[in-house]
Design a protein around this ligand. Structure first.
Ligand SMILES: *Cc1c(COP(=O)(O)O)cnc(C)c1O
Length: 421
């Protein structure tokens, strides 16, 4: 459920007409809904209300500091994958003891800064990383709290570019070697083992891969306890999918996901952490865009928008679909036309959808891509020297720009000419 609905024929974010935001801020622009973000976070809280838990929002899904502060103020922890994301979480007021640090390539500098700043847990993905972390922590007279990310070798049944839990993926320590690596970790002076971590992929629409992975986690927990390790926290990762198509079967609900966790590991007495990103932010945002031209091609019409692949890369990168809707509601039974929806970037791959059925549209009219709140703005670039597009947060009948569109002067001023040129 989200808070983007038509009111008096105009698509609104909560109580604010998107046409008002377009007139004030310009397009293209990302628009997020406070009520939707809040609701999605609370649904996860309810799903884990049977146990001690922390919901560590995956910052990479949408890392705007205002979004992080909103979630942090609701009690969220954060899952970060770089010291940059760590800095964002801290800037949003999230204390270090609620931040977990994931990622396959943490540098020593990142480790040091996170240890000095305060950290809940490092999710360590390899033995060399473990050794480096122990050295850094020892040099600071600290012990780093660690969960090893274990790769359970299960098929998450999602897009190959976002599957992370098969043995051929770069992530985690092979489960067959986990006991040996834990034994090694326990012998390191700078490491304090606190749990186990898994994350098997993103946009999962089936609970079975979770069941398989979490069954392996339960078995591993018992084995590691037998080996004498203090396994007191289980980090179950993120990845629960969202409905990108309104007319399709909806993926499982967080409450059902919470039950899968409970069935698998509920009897172990561990604190449960999860790392949802997309499920909290995805349907909390839209990408609002204007039609620049409608162009008659050889055998089709092109809808040329002011948003492009550099603003929302998921269609070009993963073949992803985002429902596209007109901001002014079409009359019921109105004619539909088929458009290839494209952006202005000079790449054939800059296409959002082929043959989209939309009411007839003309220059200046507004459209919105739904489900664009996660992996949208964070993946944007300035390819073709198109300014990073602004972000707006709506709350009831108010809205605020939470990242302004940079001016061309600001973009050009970031670069420098060498003296000898
Ligand atoms: C990306 C990622 C997540 C979040 O995945 P979603 O599909 O957005 O829920 C969680 N944990 C880790 C380690 C990740 O890399």
């Amino acid at each position: 459920m989200d808070h983007f609905t038509y009111r008096a024929g105009v698509l609104c974010a909560e109580e604010v007409p998107l046409s008002l935001i377009a007139a004030d801020v310009g397009t293209p622009v990302y628009v997020y809904s406070t009520a939707t973000l809040t609701r999605h976070f609370k649904v996860f809280q309810e799903a884990l209300s049977w146990t001690d838990h922390l919901i560590c929002y995956a910052v990479k899904a949408n890392s705007n500091i205002a979004v992080l502060k909103l979630l942090g103020d609701l009690g969220a922890g954060m899952d970060v994958v770089s010291i940059g994301e760590y800095a964002r979480a801290r800037a949003a007021g999230v204390p270090g003891e609620r931040i977990v640090f994931s990622g396959v390539g943490k540098t020593r500098e990142e480790m040091r800064l996170a240890l000095e700043g305060g950290i809940r847990q490092f999710n360590v993905e390899s033995e060399p990383e473990l050794l480096a972390l122990s050295e850094v922590a020892t040099s600071l007279n600290l012990r780093a709290p660690v969960a090893l990310r274990v790769n359970p070798d299960v098929d998450a049944k999602t897009h190959e570019k976002i599957a992370t839990g098969k043995s051929e993926n770069k992530f985690g320590i092979p489960i067959a070697r986990a006991r040996e690596v834990y034994a090694g970790a326990a012998a390191l002076s700078g490491i304090e083992i606190c749990g186990i971590d898994m994350h098997i992929g993103s946009q999962l629409t089936d609970l079975d891969p979770y069941r398989q992975a979490y069954a392996k986690m339960a078995t591993l927990t018992r084995a590691l306890r037998d080996d004498g390790h203090d396994i007191r926290r289980l980090d179950m990762g993120g990845g629960l999918g969202i409905p990108y198509r309104r007319d399709n079967n909806a993926p499982p609900l967080p409450i059902e996901y919470g039950q899968v966790i409970r069935e698998a590991v509920g009897d172990l007495g561990c604190e449960i952490d999860i790392e949802p990103g997309r499920n909290i932010a995805g349907n909390s945002g839209v990408l609002l865009s204007s039609v620049i031209y409608v162009k008659r091609g050889g055998d089709r019409d092109f809808l040329i928008l002011d948003a492009a692949m550099n603003d929302l890369i998921r269609p070009a990168m993963y073949g992803a679909h985002h429902d596209l809707v007109p901001v002014i509601e079409a009359a019921p039974g109105a004619d539909r036309a088929a458009y290839d929806v494209v952006g202005p970037v000079c790449e054939t791959g800059d296409i959002f959808e082929k043959g989209a059925a939309l009411p007839p549209l003309g220059p200046g009219q507004l459209v919105a891509f739904r489900s664009a709140g996660a992996y949208g703005a964070v993946m944007a670039s300035e390819y073709n020297t198109r300014p990073l597009i602004p972000e707006v947060l709506v709350h009831g009948d108010q809205f605020a720009v939470i990242r302004p569109r940079p001016s061309l002067e600001e973009i050009l001023a970031r670069e420098a000419l060498p003296e000898w040129l």
